[in-house]
Design a binder for this molecule. Sequence first.
Ligand code: COA
Length: 159
Amino acid sequence: MKAIYPGTFDPVTNGHLDIIERCSKKFDKIIVLVLNNPSKKHMFSVEERINLLKDVTSNLENVHVESFTGLLVDYMKQNHVELIIRGLRAVTDFEYEMQMALMNNRLYDDAETFFLIARNKYSYLSSSIVKEVASFHGNITGLVPEKVEMAIKDKLKGV
Ligand code: COA
């Protein structure tokens, strides 16, 4: 069975990677789908986010990285995928995730969302908090893959 792990991944963190690794063991194929959340300002272009994701998942044979512009359910209908994977970090994620799961299900009756509980050590992580800490020269080692850490530092050099 194949499943989609959608997100903005600006950039991918070790928390995302943990979810990807865990679900790659449970499903035949995982499509990591880079989408744009219009309410967010991005540090990395879609192409850069895809390249970083491809790099950090290159050891996982059943993980594929793609991008899509538009509604997640439209991608799902076009590509015959019915399962969405989302990570839940804390209770505060629940309301937003429930809203998205219900809306996706309303738009596409066959769409089901599976939730994985994020590991404790990543439950406070977000892409924004990592970028913020890095922007003030704080230590982000261990929060993102090494390649991503370098990419963030490169971006901030130009700021
Ligand atoms: N570990 C670490 N961080 C995590 C995480 C985990 N396991 N799970 C989520 N996060 C962080 C992300 O880094 C992100 O941080 P940020 O806000 O600082 O960027 C935040 O939690 C939100 O995660 P994300 O999965 O990127 O959600 P999102 O709200 O940015 O994306 C989409 C939601 C892209 C899936 C959604 O907007 C979408 O489907 N868009 C397409 C259009 C559409 O279909 N809209 C209707 C949806 S009902």
